[in-house]
Design a protein around this ligand. Structure first.
Ligand SMILES: C[S@@+](CC[C@H](N)C(=O)[O-])C[C@H]1O[C@@H](n2cnc3c(N)ncnc32)[C@H](O)[C@@H]1O
Length: 198
């Protein structure tokens, strides 16, 4: 009986293509698939939202915001200030969302604005636009003030839009984040570019 190597050499010598049908099948790998299925545009025009927390007061506040971020598919969460430290215990983030969604400390929220992303201040102030009538940007960075303060004028002026929720008195920080993200989700494809974005 000829060995498979011997058979292959013989076939080569005879000018034939060696038989490869007996080779073992490749193991199923997650990489054995087209990276871009046919028709996939390379620039994705994908909607996303990020959150910016201006000097949040406590780990509880941030934990609750992280939980909301996980529920509504937020891309990343940024925070400023020293009152809250990343090593803090996330008592309110019971789903451990901070392992899945980047939580990044920065000295100035203006430094992290992604390209073509619209900064939106969320604050209960005169002149803000009511959230129920607001058309969300395709790519948005929503910025919220701290539990024990408000967004100052400088950051509101830097933002493209300022929106408020018409409540009687202000909500707590995490409640506000949930309402804004719910409103964005409920409006579905109705962001500024419409269904062009996915
Ligand atoms: C608890 S509130 C701040 C406290 C408030 N400035 C006060 O008078 O005590 C925390 C943050 O939640 C947001 N917020 C709360 N209620 C809001 C509302 N009705 N509309 C828009 N933003 C709101 C703002 O970003 C605010 O800075």
């Amino acid at each position: 009986m000829r060995s498979p190597v011997g058979a292959s050499l013989l076939a080569k010598a005879a000018g034939q293509t060696p038989q490869i049908s007996n080779l073992p099948a490749l193991p199923q790998s997650p990489y054995n698939r087209p990276l871009f299925p046919e028709g996939t545009p390379l620039v994705a025009d994908k909607r996303y939202s990020c959150i910016g927390l201006y000097n949040p007061k406590s780990p509880e506040n941030v934990g609750s915001v992280m939980r909301a971020a996980g529920c509504y598919g937020v891309a990343s969460v940024f925070y400023t200030g020293k009152r809250y430290e990343r090593a803090a215990d996330f008592v309110t983030d019971t789903k451990r969302v901070h392992y899945d969604i980047p939580l990044i400390g920065i000295d100035d929220l203006k430094k992290i604005l992604p390209l073509n992303c619209v900064p939106v201040a969320v604050e209960l102030v005169e002149g803000a636009r009511p959230l129920p009538e607001y058309t969300h940007p395709d790519r948005a960075l929503y910025i919220f003030g701290p539990e024990d303060g408000s967004l100052d004028k400088e950051i509101r002026d830097w933002c493209e839009d300022v929106v408020y929720i018409p409540t009687t008195g202000c909500m707590n920080l995490a409640a506000t984040v949930n309402v804004v993200l719910y409103d964005r989700m409920a409006k579905g494809l109705n962001t500024r570019s419409g269904p062009k974005f996915r």
